[in-house]
Design a protein around this ligand. Structure first.
Ligand code: TMP
Length: 205
C-alpha cells in the first residue's frame, strides 16, 4: 500500500511572490510521478472560499478573524488535505497555520497560546513536513503590491503590521529549522526556481 503523502506549505508576506512558485513546484513534483494536490488558505473548499471573502473584506474582531481562519482550515483538512495525504498524494498549500501565527499572532497581537490551542484542536496529527518561507523586507513587498490590484484588508495594513508579520515568520523559522527553508524573495524568478529545485532535491531524496 502507498504510504502517507507529504505536506508542503509556502509562506511569506503579501507581495513576496510565493504564489508564482506554488504551481511550478507542484509540476516538478508531478514530473517525479507523484500525485500532487495544490491548494490555498484561507480557501481550498467551497465553504473556505466563502470564508476567505469575508476574511479579506469584512472588518471584524481580531479573535473572530483567528477563529474563522481555523474554521476554514478545519473544513480544508477534512475535505482536501487529510484525504489527499491518506491516499499518498503530496499536498502543496499556499499558506497554513504559520500564517495565523504570523498575521493574527505577530501582526494583530492575538495571544500565541490561544493560537496553539486552536492548532492542537484543529490539526493535532497533521503538520507541514516542509515549509518554504519567502522572506522579503516589508518595503519591497509593499512596493510590489502597489502595482497590483486593489488591496485587501491585510495588504492595506500599515508598514509596521507587515514588519511584525515578517519578524514572526523569521522567528518561527529560527525555532524550527528542520521544517523551514527560508528563501530570499528579492532574488529573480530563475534564481528562486533554482533554490526551490535544490530544496526539493534534498527533500525528496
Ligand atoms: P493570500 O493572498 O496569500 O492568498 O492570503 C490571503 C491573506 O490572508 C494574506 O494577507 C494573509 C492572510 N492570512 C492570515 O492573516 N491568516 C491565515 O491564517 C491565513 C491562511 C492567511
Amino acid at each position: 500500500m502507498m504510504g502517507r503523502g507529504r505536506f508542503i506549505t509556502f509562506e511569506g508576506l503579501d507581495g513576496a511572490g510565493k504564489s508564482t512558485h506554488v504551481e511550478a513546484t507542484a509540476e516538478r513534483l508531478r514530473a517525479q510521478g507523484r500525485e500532487v494536490v495544490v491548494t490555498r488558505e484561507p480557501g481550498g473548499t467551497a465553504l473556505g472560499e466563502k470564508l476567505r471573502e469575508l476574511l479579506l473584506g469584512e472588518p471584524m474582531h481580531l479573535e473572530t478573524e483567528t477563529l474563522l481562519m481555523f474554521a476554514a482550515r478545519r473544513e480544508h483538512l477534512a475535505q482536501v488535505i487529510e484525504p489527499a495525504l491518506a491516499r499518498g498524494a503530496w499536498v502543496v498549500c499556499d499558506r497554513f497555520t504559520d500564517a495565523t501565527r504570523a498575521y493574527q499572532g505577530g501582526g494583530r497581537g492575538v495571544d500565541a497560546e490561544k493560537i496553539e490551542v486552536l492548532a492542537r484542536w484543529v490539526h493535532p496529527h497533521t503538520q507541514p513536513d516542509l515549509t518554504v518561507l519567502f522572506d522579503l523586507p516589508p518595503t519591497a513587498a509593499m512596493a510590489r503590491l502597489a502595482n497590483a490590484r486593489t488591496l485587501d484588508r491585510f495588504e492595506s495594513e500599515k508598514a509596521e503590521f507587515h514588519r511584525r508579520v515578517r519578524e514572526s515568520y523569521l522567528a518561527l523559522a529560527a525555532r524550527d529549522p528542520g521544517r523551514f527553508r527560508v528563501i530570499d524573495a528579492g532574488l529573480n524568478v530563475r534564481e528562486i526556481e533554482k533554490l526551490l529545485d535544490n530544496i526539493l532535491v534534498s527533500y525528496c531524496f
